[in-house]
Design a protein around this ligand. Structure first.
Ligand SMILES: Nc1ncnc2c1ncn2[C@@H]1O[C@H](COP(=O)(O)OP(=O)(O)OP(=O)(O)O)[C@@H](O)[C@H]1O
Ligand SMILES: O=P(O)(O)OC[C@H]1O[C@H](OP(=O)(O)OP(=O)(O)O)[C@H](O)[C@@H]1O
Ligand SMILES: O=C(O)c1cccnc1
Length: 482
């Protein structure tokens, strides 16, 4: 995508400063492994939906310190050596990246992306990687949560005007589509990604005409195949719906069908039930009802419970800004580094036991029961462990309460981290957005409903292999606080 800018300097300065210090020290070609993960699921949801990989891939391809970037760096008060800037000039990403596929259900404390390479390149990409996957995973999760309130209804993403700037709108629209939304109002996202783009009209269209009837008729004449009329500018039931019915009748005379009316204020349950009745009585059973107005999963669920007759939900602000939790706290931690030619696992100790990182270079398997076809647990192993790959009996235990355990031997193990780049070369064929949506739906089918419910979902197990757990415990024990 040529419209994507070079984001090489889209990083925190401390990354460049660490790269510089490594270069000064001669350690910049040392090999390192980092893993990105989050510690807590957002919105009290039982799962998150991974997204952001396409953006990461585009970014990695375009990593290059060009002349303006080098000039800017040369003017900084850090006073970087000329030799460092020469090193940056020659820089290309030559590392390896393994990642979850977009649309995959993911959980806390499991690697979502693993990056292997020189300390120079693995350090540089931390900030942008987290920026992309934290936001897009958050929005995809929110979208999946909203869509799952009523999976058979149609959901439109309407958030652009309220999004935190343009990139958030466009990439948020894409994340929403992966997780089950059906279309976006953002035309650029439509063009860039092939998402269906849809639109009704604003109140200004009605306000700008002498009468509401004239506004509706004129709109219907201009766009006869895409007529959704906004009926709440003056009075929904006394004016908007009757006028929309008149327009629909005129369309019928010309052999055309109006698509829908849109409700955008007031009591959406009451108004949709009344409007449905009026449309049906006029023989317009085929005209659908769209609703919008600061909707989120809770309001939609509530409206459904009240018997609202709404077919299509337009969701903006609450989705695109993830209003109830506007950030996902994904982090990127060093898990191994080369010392004297050998990769040595690394741990990050914290006073808060939940924040102690799991050392070593790891893979994640989804363990699926052979009898049920449903996911049992995600199982994290050191990358050279082979038991799970070979289908041998494994012990699943809670890493916080290891005395709670069970053995499983009848299972299928799906490796979740897919090779994306190997030694700087892209080896992953990015699926189409339609394939990602289908993948997401299949993922949902793989989980029992108790993990998917909106309120107080069951906690899905993310377990460490015995070797991973033992290594972690040993490293904590041996840690020299001196
Ligand atoms: N029957 C309902 N049950 C629960 N929530 C509802 C119902 N109908 C609408 N809502 C929601 O209640 C909120 C109403 O907000 P608000 O009072 O600002 O809207 P309004 O009546 O449309 O006023 P305005 O014209 O200023 O937008 C919206 O989030 C809307 O989606
Ligand atoms: O409420 P959200 O979930 O954010 O959905 C988007 C909102 O944006 C529009 O309102 P706005 O008042 O901006 O313009 P309008 O004149 O078209 O209603 C639209 O009518 C929705 O209410
Ligand atoms: O097409 C619409 O109705 C629309 C688009 C963006 C925001 N609100 C509504």
């Amino acid at each position: 995508m040529s419209s994507i800018p070079n984001l090489t300097l889209h990083t925190d300065k401390y990354q460049i400063n660490m790269m510089y210090a490594h270069w000064k020290n001669g350690s910049h070609r040392q090999k390192a492994v980092f893993e990105a993960f989050f510690r807590k699921l957002p919105f009290g949801n039982g799962y998150a939906v991974f997204a952001g990989l396409q953006r990461l891939i585009d970014y990695v391809h375009r990593l290059k310190f060009d002349e303006p970037a080098l000039r800017y760096l040369s003017e900084q008060e850090e006073n970087y050596d000329e030799g460092f800037l020469e090193e940056l000039k020659a820089f290309r990403f030559g590392g390896s990246i393994y990642a979850m596929e977009e649309g995959t259900l993911v959980f806390a404390n499991e690697p979502l992306v693993r990056v292997e390479g020189t300390i120079f390149e693995t350090q540089l990409i931390e900030t942008a990687l987290l920026n992309f996957i934290n936001y897009q995973t958050l929005i995809a999760t929110k979208a999946s949560r909203i869509k799952n309130v009523s999976p058979d209804d149609t959901f439109l993403e309407f958030g652009t005007r309220r999004a935190q700037e343009a990139d958030a709108a466009v990439w948020g629209a894409r994340a929403s589509y992966i997780a089950g939304f059906d279309a976006t109002s953002n035309v650029l996202a439509g063009m860039m990604f092939g998402i269906p783009s849809k639109g009704t009209h604003a109140h200004s269209w009605v306000q700008g005409h002498a009468t509401e009837q004239e506004a509706f008729d004129t709109f219907a004449e201009a766009l006869p195949n895409q007529v959704t009329l906004l009926v709440d500018t003056y009075h929904t039931l006394k004016s908007g719906v009757p006028h929309a019915i008149q327009t629909a009748k005129k369309m019928e005379e010309q052999g055309k069908r109006m698509q829908a009316i849109r409700l955008d204020s007031g009591d959406l349950a009451y108004l949709s039930i009344k409007a449905r009745k009026m449309l049906d009585e006029a023989g317009l059973e085929y005209v659908k009802i769209v609703a919008s107005n600061d909707l989120d999963e809770n309001t939609i669920l509530n409206l459904k419970a009240q018997g609202a007759r709404i077919d299509t939900w337009g969701v903006g602000t609450q989705l695109i800004t993830a209003a109830d939790q506007p950030s996902l706290g994904g982090v990127y931690k060093l898990v191994a580094i080369e010392e004297n030619g050998v990769m040595v696992p690394k741990i990050k100790i914290s006073g808060n036991p939940e924040k102690v990182s799991t050392p070593g270079w790891k893979d994640v398997y989804r363990i699926i029961g052979s009898d049920t076809g449903k996911a049992i647990a995600d199982y994290i192993v050191l990358h050279d462990e082979t038991d799970v790959q070979e289908g041998r009996k494994i012990k699943l235990f809670d890493p916080v309460h290891p005395y709670i355990y069970k053995y499983v031997d009848e299972y299928k193990a799906v490796k979740l981290l897919k090779p994306v780049f190997e030694d700087g070369k892209q080896v992953y064929e990015v699926p189409s957005l339609e394939e990602m949506r289908a993948h997401h739906r299949k993922q949902l089918d793989q989980f029992w409903p108790e993990y998917l419910r909106k309120l107080n979902p069951e906690k899905y197990a993310v377990d460490l292999s015995t070797k991973t757990w033992e290594m972690k415990m040993k490293m904590i024990e041996n840690f020299n606080f001196g």
